[in-house]
Structure formats: structure tokens, C-alpha cells
Design a protein around this ligand. Structure first.
Ligand code: BGC
Length: 843
């Protein structure tokens, strides 16, 4: 690139367009220096004591994956001298994948759609428990990146919805629940993993304000909640790989957000040794040649300091103590399942099919009634009622005797639910989808213990009331069978779906399996049709949503094992619907940001500038800013009750200062207590028989450790730890002033139904002062609560506004600023239905 620029200037041609650039930041901040976090301080004391006993090889072993040679998706080496077996790292965000006898929870997007913090926390507990008793140390979830910038993004369903605030709150509740159970959570993918197409080559280019206010925002919540580990992403950020980006890792994550745990690579996303380590990566997964022996060599020849290696090992062990893994491991022992097979036995070294045959699956049943309850509740509270003409729903025997269920998406497909984790539900490579979707696929999927399809759910429920149910699932509508099925019913319920997964963005927002045609054909014949959309993300409904004969519509997010029961319970009114859309649905697909399928740029990496151009304005922030009417807005969802709001009150607790106060002081950095061992101590022990492809910490010969020239560190490289954190930092999640309550808002919400109890989501949005310097979206979600109300009951709901909720990222001072001026506070039932309005004036 440099050479090319030089050539151009010599030849007098126009310089290439400047590619987005990520500044360097060194050194990698040493962990354990916070003065305001007792739990981490305690964990660091224990970690330092443990690490001080380790040899160089043992420290390297803690940081290096052993290349799939263990039972789990990721495994680190054992440290037999200290009776310490290597870590087991296992997917994923919605529970243990892929093992048997686990619960099939709904995915992150369905948890997000519940907007129910207690339930999300309980889901975290249940998931954490199952990981723990399968013998897993580090659970690879929750996912809070992608943020959901692109409607077609393949992994949006893993995270909680297209809003950084919702993602932060839901992610933090999940982490708290999981870690309270004694398993370490993992915040992934840091950062800007917004599309699957070219995910391992693309550069996601974004400006500093967007980076802080949108993409880093939810991670701050998870770090504040004490998450033990963070996974860096496959993509590049401003043309520097996610796992060797010294700006995002050293500066933003470890300095500004005060992250005290460790950074692991996404699988095979380590692209260098020295560069990754000095840029902030602490653990390489699942194990590449870049760590292991090469890390040993780099420390021996003093390219990487012993302080940095100690910091990597200590961060890993501090997270281990912080999340009580020492106690968990003592209680439940090593992993009792295999990532590679469901059979009882397997090779000891599965990837190379070698070693003795050993028992790998003990088939431990980790399910509990509580988990099933949480799975069902998440599923039922995530069903969103979109349309309900003349109260056609709920169904009852008074208004319905005969139902016809239509559409292939209503019944389980021929692949069954067990192959969902490898993508059987995709089109193309894994075969055509021909049945209901209960989740997306890839790392965010799992095997289910059972799956109730929508058709089964409806049949099970209908027969209790002697309502008859007929089904027609073929895509063809131009035949007699379709006519008979649809004309012989009081109501048709038509199912359509759309799915996606890891490596697979969606290609369009239309329903699959000819569902639009089925819907229109049914509507052409019958006056009463209910559409149920089952989808990982936004669907284009324009062809049918306004049709007079489409009397009701429901959106079901991927809801796990009880998907069908949950849908039926909402349709029949056993549960009053309370799900809210965790994204906006457009009238026109041009209002979504596209997946970038770009040509390579001059550096070989497709450039995704959309992510930066969209900036702060995505999803409802975009629709509001450009005054575009969405079909259904973020936060939207009907109930069978009518709720009303009144009596807004805003109380000042502590007016935030314009600029943050200085961050808490840091403890002085420490130097390593270990001296560099002689290289011969790191040579493979005599007679050691190597397993091919296994990553060891040892080297073949002393000569490998000899220095050969000097390493080309970039300008500004330094190993000098600063005395102070950045103004924005100094504590877990950033400067503690950001987390102070500035205002308390309260309002009444009443259930006006005469006979229906139900829950509703009270949503608070804040509009920042008009400003040329910091133009901001008209409104941003900054609080929500979900009370349960009996008929005629009123609840007083309280919402805290934190200083960070009023802050903008100021690029000049590289910190947060609370502008002076007038802030609008809106309370209501969606991002557009906001009946209460108040003002906060900050002078
Ligand atoms: C995914 C991660 C996952 C890892 C381990 C990667 O392909 O991006 O989310 O945790 O694999 O399975």
C-alpha cells in the first residue's frame, strides 16, 4: 500500500482513495490495577498467587488453544504440576451446543422481544446451570454484536435486537444470571460483526462516535456486570483485524471500558503472534501456530515482555476466580460430553482420528423444570401481536369451531430439530427448508429435547375446546384440496417463515416456501385469515398486511422448544400477548441497510462503509430522523388489554457535570516477578511423543529462541504502562460517574381491560438537545420495565436515567460529554406511541 502510494506520487497519478485507518495504541493495559472494584481485586490477588507459581511453558499453555484436541469447541492445555485441567470453552448464546439432554431455549432475539429483565436474568441462570453441569468453564455467549444494523444480517437472531440499549440491558442480565451459576460468560463479537458475507475479509469502517455510542455501548454494560471474557471478531475494524486492533482492544476495551477479564480470538481469527499479543489478545482459539511455541519463542527472545505474558495469564485466571470457576470445577469435575459426537465413545484426539477410544459422552441430564418454565415463558412473552381487527383474536369456542392451518412453516420439517446446529434449515448447501423454524443455525443453535411445531401447538390447544383443526401444507394453492381446506373453516391460520445463521445472511425479506402466495390465495377466498410469521428478522408484509381479509397478524421470533405451544397460547388468549418488536419493520426494503458484497479494495479487503455512513441512525433512529413511516416500529406490539399512561414525574438525583470527573486512580503497574528462563528449559522434554497438530508450549530446539533481527513494531509502540486511565475509564464499564443515577422518572400505567390481566412494556425514550456539534437521533431507548397488571390495576413504574444515558461521545476530548440544554423524556408503549412527555433542563 505504501509502495503503491509512493509509485503514484512519482508517476503523478491521483492517489488512491484513503482507506479507513485505525490508530495504534500501546501498551496493552495491565489488568488488576483498578482501585474501585473489590471483586476483581480479590480475583486478581488469587490469580497473581497462582500465576506466580507457573513456569513460562505453563503460562503459555493457559493462553493457547490445543487445536480441537479436547472435548469442547475450545480447549486449553493442562497444567498437571498444579493439578489444573485445561479450560473447556463451548457455544453458545442460547445454551449448550451441541449436546443432548439440554433445554432448547429461544434465541437472543426472542429474549430481547420479551423486554422482561427478570425473565432474561432467569434465562441466564438456567443456561448457566446447564453449562456448568456439562462441565463447561466458559460459555461462548451472550452475543451483543451484531447490533442489528442490517436487516438481513445472518446472526442478528443471536443477539437481543436492533438497539444498543436493549442489547446492553439484556446482555448484562444474561451475564449476571450465567455467572451467578458458576460458569464464565463471554461477550461476543467485539466488534462490528454486522454481516456474515465475507465476514473473515471485510473491513467494517466506522467513526469514533459511532463506535462508542453504538457498537461498544452494550459491551460496556456486560463489562459493568463483570463478564469474564470477550471474543474479538472475524472482521477488520477500519482495516485492522478485530483480534489485533490495538485501538479497539487496548484503548477502547481495556483502557476506556476498564475490562479486567481476557480477550479470546474468534475461531481462527488470530492473524499474528506478536502483533495480536501486543494489541491486546490474551487467548488464541481454537489454537493456531501463532501462540503456543511461537509465543514461547517471542518471550524468550524478548520481543514480548514477561510482563505481557504474565498479564495474559493473570487476566485469564482472574476471570476464573471472579466467576467462581474454582468452586464449580471442584463440584462438578471436567467436561462430561463431547462437541464432536453424540456417541458414547470417541478417539482421544478426534480431529486426527487417533489415540485410544475413550468414553466421551456421559449423557448427563442437566435439564430442570425451572429451565423448561423459563424456555416456555421466553417463548410466549416474545410473541408479538401485530394486527387484530375487531378483536378477532383471541380465538375461542364462541367465535371458532373449525380452524385450517396453512403453510409448510406450520409443521416440523423433514430434517427434524437435531440438525439445526449445522444449518439443515438453510437453503442451498444443507438442503431446502421444508418445515417450521425454531431458531437460526450455526454457533447460536442447539439440539432440542423436543419441538412443538405451530400445527401441533394449535391442535393440542384447540381440541381442549372441541375445536376442529385441519391442515394443508403444500406450497400449491391452485387446486381443489386447497379450496376445500380453506373454505371449510371459520378461520385460516397461515404460517410463513424466514431464517438465517452463522455464515448465512438472508438474501431477502420475503417469506420462504411460497407463503406470500398462500396468504393471498387464502385471503382471496375467505374473509377471516390470521397470518403468523416465524422469523429471525424483518419480513416484508406489504403484499398482504392491509388486506381486509387478513384480520390478524402475529410475529413469532425463534422461540425454542415450545414455539408452537407459545403461539397457540397467544392465539387462544391463555396468555395475553406482551412481546414487543426488537426491530422496526419497513414498508419499503430500501429503508434497510444492505449487506455489502463489495469488490476487494487495494489492500485485499472489501470495505463496508455503510456501517459508518449509517452512523448513529439505524433502525428506529433512522425512521425517526428521516421521518419515514415504518410498517411497524421498534417496540411495537399489541395486547388484548388496553393500557394507558399518566402522571409523569421527573426527579433530579444528581445533575451530571458537562465533562466527566477524573477517573479513579489506578494502582501502580507491576513488573514480572519471574525471570526469563534459559531456552533449553523450554525444549520438548526428552522422549516426548508429539500428537500431530496438537499445539504445545514447547519448542524443538534452543536455536529457535535466538533473536534474529528486530521486530518491526509500529510507530508509537511502547511497553510503558500509563499511570492513569483515560478520562472515560478507571472502572469496569468506564468512569464510575457514567453509571450514577442522574434523574428518576416515574409514571402510572393502567390496565383498562375489564377481565384480562396482562403485562405491558413501559418504554422510555430520550431526545438530546438540538445541537450542531453533536447531532443525535430524535429519540433513543433509555429505560423499560414490564409490570404485570390485573384488570383495572394501576402500577407506578420507576425508571432511572444514568449519566451515560444522557452522554454523547466527544471525539476531540476522547470522552463522554453531557450537553447543556433541554432533553425530552417520552414514555409510552412503543418508539412511536409515546403518550407522556416531559423535559429535563441541564444548565
Ligand atoms: C463463531 C463464534 C463461536 C466459535 C466457536 C465461530 O465460528 O463465530 O461465535 O463461538 O465459532 O464455535
Amino acid at each position: 500500500m505504501l509502495l503503491w502510494n509512493k509509485l503514484q506520487s512519482v508517476l503523478g497519478v491521483l492517489p488512491l482513495q484513503q482507506l479507513a485507518y485505525s490508530p495504534h495504541h500501546y501498551p496493552s493495559p495491565q489488568g488488576g490495577r483498578l482501585t474501585v472494584d473489590v471483586e476483581w481485586a480479590d480475583a486478581y490477588d488469587k490469580a497473581e498467587a497462582f500465576v506466580s507459581k507457573l513456569s513460562l511453558a505453563e503460562k503459555v499453555n493457559l493462553t493457547s488453544g490445543i487445536r480441537d484436541m479436547g472435548l469442547c469447541a475450545g480447549n486449553t492445555g493442562d497444567i498437571p504440576a498444579h493439578d489444573f485441567w485445561g479450560f473447556c470453552l463451548q457455544d453458545g448464546p442460547l445454551g449448550v451446543r451441541p449436546s443432548d439432554l439440554v433445554t432448547g431455549f429461544g434465541s437472543g432475539i426472542s429474549a430481547g422481544a420479551t423486554f422482561n429483565k427478570e425473565l432474561i436474568n432467569a434465562r441466564g441462570h438456567a443456561i448457566g446451570y446447564e453449562f456448568k453441569y456439562k462441565g463447561i468453564d466458559i460459555a461462548l455467549g451472550p452475543t451483543v454484536g451484531p447490533i442489528g444494523l442490517k436487516a438481513l444480517g445472518g446472526r442478528n437472531f443471536e443477539s437481543f435486537g436492533a438497539d444498543q440499549y436493549l442489547q446492553g440491558v439484556a446482555g448484562a442480565e444474561t451475564v449476571k444470571g450465567m455467572q451467578d451459576e458458576g460458569v464464565m460468560a463471554n461477550a461476543k463479537h467485539w466488534i462490528a460483526n454486522e454481516q456474515e458475507w465475507d465476514r473473515r475479509r471485510i473491513s467494517e469502517n466506522l467513526d469514533d462516535r459511532t463506535l462508542h455510542e453504538v457498537y461498544a455501548w452494550p459491551f460496556a454494560d456486560l463489562i459493568h456486570a463483570g463478564v469474564g471474557s470477550v471474543m474479538c471478531s472475524y472482521n477488520l475494524i477500519n482495516n485492522s483485524w478485530g483480534c489485533e486492533n490495538s485501538y479497539t482492544l487496548n484503548k477502547v476495551l481495556k483502557d476506556e471500558l476498564g475490562f479486567q477479564g481476557f480477550v479470546m480470538s474468534d475461531w481462527d481469527s488470530t492473524h499474528s503472534g506478536v502483533n495480536a499479543v501486543t494489541s491486546g489478545e490474551d487467548m488464541d482459539m481454537p489454537g493456531s501456530g501463532f501462540f503456543g511455541p511461537n509465543l514461547t519463542i517471542a518471550v524468550l527472545n524478548e520481543t514480548i515482555t514477561m510482563e505481557r505474558l504474565d498479564d495474559m495469564a493473570t487476566r485469564i485466571m482472574a476471570a476464573y476466580y471472579k466467576t467462581n470457576l474454582d468452586k464449580s470445577r471442584e463440584e462438578r469435575g471436567p467436561p462430561n460430553f463431547s462437541e464432536h459426537t453424540l456417541r458414547d465413545t470417541d478417539y482421544l484426539y478426534p480431529p486426527i482420528k487417533s489415540g485410544p477410544i475413550v468414553t466421551v459422552n456421559k449423557h448427563v441430564d442437566v435439564r430442570r423444570q425451572f429451565h423448561y418454565d423459563v424456555a416456555y415463558n421466553t417463548s410466549v412473552e416474545s410473541v408479538v401481536l401485530l394486527k387484530n381487527n375487531d378483536g378477532i383474536l383471541p380465538l375461542s369456542k364462541a367465535n371458532t369451531q373449525r380452524i385450517t392451518v396453512l403453510g409448510g412453516a406450520a409443521r416440523d420439517g423433514s430434517h427434524g430439530s437435531t440438525c439445526s446446529h449445522v444449518g439443515c434449515r438453510g437453503s442451498g448447501e444443507f438442503g431446502e427448508v421444508d418445515g417450521a423454524t425454531q431458531l437460526g443455525w450455526g454457533a447460536g443453535a442447539t439440539y432440542y429435547p423436543y419441538f412443538v411445531s405451530p400445527y401441533e401447538g394449535i391442535m393440542n390447544r384447540a381440541r381442549k375446546d372441541w375445536i376442529t383443526v385441519n391442515g394443508y401444507f403444500a406450497p400449491e394453492t391452485d387446486n381443489e384440496a386447497f379450496q376445500i381446506a380453506t373454505s371449510g373453516s371459520d378461520v385460516n391460520i397461515i404460517f410463513g417463515l424466514s431464517s438465517s445463521g452463522e455464515k448465512w445472511d438472508r438474501e431477502h425479506t420475503n417469506l420462504w416456501m411460497n407463503a406470500d402466495e398462500t396468504i393471498l390465495a387464502a385471503a382471496a377466498q375467505h374473509p377471516n385469515n390470521i397470518v403468523v410469521v416465524s422469523s429471525v428478522g424483518q419480513i416484508n408484509m406489504e403484499k398482504w398486511i392491509d388486506h381486509d381479509n387478513i384480520t390478524a397478524a402475529v410475529f413469532a421470533l425463534p422461540g425454542g422448544q415450545d414455539t408452537g405451544t407459545a403461539i397457540a397460547d397467544v392465539l387462544f388468549g391463555d396468555t395475553n400477548p406482551s412481546g414487543k418488536l426488537p426491530f422496526s419493520i419497513a414498508r419499503d426494503d430500501k429503508d434497510y441497510y444492505d449487506i455489502v458484497k463489495a469488490e476487494d479494495a487495494s489492500n485485499g479487503h472489501p470495505q463496508d462503509d455503510i456501517i459508518g455512513q449509517a452512523g448513529l441512525y439505524y433502525d428506529y433512529r433512522y425512521f425517526d430522523q428521516y421521518k419515514i413511516e415504518p410498517r411497524f416500529e421498534f417496540g411495537y406490539g399489541l395486547s388484548y388489554s388496553k393500557f394507558s399512561y399518566d402522571d409523569l414525574e421527573i426527579k433530579k438525583v444528581k445533575q451530571p457535570s458537562e465533562y466527566l470527573p477524573p477517573p479513579p486512580r489506578l494502582l501502580p503497574a507491576t513488573s514480572s516477578k519471574s525471570t526469563l528462563p534459559p531456552a533449553y528449559e523450554l525444549v520438548f522434554p526428552k522422549g516426548f511423543s508429539k500428537v500431530p497438530k496438537f499445539i504445545y508450549p514447547w519448542i524443538d530446539s534452543e536455536s529457535q529462541a535466538r533473536k534474529k533481527g528486530s521486530y518491526p513494531f509500529p510507530d508509537g509502540y511502547s511497553t510503558e504502562q500509563p499511570e492513569q486511565a483515560s478520562l472515560a475509564g478507571g472502572a469496569s464499564g468506564g468512569n464510575p460517574a457514567l453509571w450514577e443515577v442522574a434523574y428518576k422518572v416515574s409514571a402510572n400505567v393502567t390496565n383498562n381491560s375489564i377481565d384480562r390481566p396482562g403485562k405491558t412494556v413501559v418504554q422510555m425514550y430520550i431526545g438530546y438537545p438540538e445541537s450542531e456539534e453533536y447531532p443525535s437521533p430524535p429519540r433513543q431507548l433509555r429505560g423499560f420495565e414490564k409490570p404485570y397488571l390485573n384488570p383495572h390495576e394501576t402500577a407506578r413504574v420507576e425508571l432511572d436515567i444514568l449519566t451515560r444515558d444522557l452522554s454523547v461521545w466527544d471525539v476531540k476530548t476522547a470522552s463522554w460529554v453531557v450537553q447543556r440544554g433541554e432533553y425530552s423524556v417520552y414514555i409510552g408503549s412503543s418508539s412511536r406511541d409515546l403518550s407522556l412527555y416531559g423535559i429535563i433542563r441541564i444548565e
